[in-house]
Design a protein around this ligand. Structure first.
Ligand SMILES: NC(=O)c1ccc[n+]([C@@H]2O[C@H](COP(=O)([O-])OP(=O)(O)OC[C@H]3O[C@@H](n4cnc5c(N)ncnc54)[C@H](OP(=O)(O)O)[C@@H]3O)[C@@H](O)[C@H]2O)c1
Length: 162
């Protein structure tokens, strides 16, 4: 299972319920990785999508503790084991797509993290664990630096060391 995210220099991933960056190349990468597969997300992340609608061409599993949650095109899961069972039922690759609570919950189940690393550090209120500091993770591959709207970024693949 893989986590996919876009993080600032200091591993910030969100503020005020929104993303820190809107980089088109990152959105394209996200779409090409996840389309045709299963994505697991938190209810707050789903609410941040346009119209609160699930992502097209993907199986959308949404974690929520709200038993009355119902959203067309989304499968509700009351916890981690239910989400994993649903993902298994649908097959394909499984991507953890956030937000902060959901990344933290599933990081131990991931063997790879696909991180778009942006060379900027705007204020954030939601963070991803610092994989550079963790002995459990190492950089397996790193792209060249790209630039869009004055923001420099790289696509970095982290893999689990143990
Ligand atoms: N940079 C990136 O790549 C990236 C990607 C995704 C999101 N984000 C950002 O991350 C922020 C949102 O993250 P967040 O941490 O606030 O929220 P979140 O992880 O998206 O969702 C949290 C919600 O998930 C549900 N949940 C969490 N743990 C659960 C469990 N064990 N069992 C059942 N349900 C559970 C709860 O929903 P209920 O309240 O309904 O019970 C909880 O309120 C936003 O700013 C967003 O833009 C960034």
């Amino acid at each position: 299972m893989k986590a996919i995210l876009c993080a600032s220099k200091n591993w910030g991933i969100g503020k005020g319920g929104d993303l820190l960056f809107h980089i088109k190349a990152d959105m394209r990468f996200f779409r090409s990785e996840t389309e045709g597969n299963t994505v697991i997300m938190g209810r707050k992340n789903l609410d941040s999508f346009p119209g609160g609608r699930p992502l097209k061409n993907r199986v959308n599993i949404v974690l929520t503790r709200d038993p009355s949650f119902a959203r067309e095109g989304a499968i509700a899961a009351a916890g981690k084991s239910e989400a994993l069972a649903e993902a298994q039922r649908h097959g394909g690759e499984v991507y953890i797509i956030g937000g902060g609570e959901i990344y933290s919950l599933f990081l131990e189940d991931c063997d790879r993290c696909l991180v778009t690393r942006v060379e900027a550090a705007p204020e954030a209120d939601t963070f991803f664990p610092d994989l550079d500091e963790s002995p459990d993770w190492r950089v397996a591959a790193e792209s060249e630096a790209f630039e869009e709207d004055g923001l420099k970024f790289r696509f970095v693949t982290y893999e689990r060391t143990r």
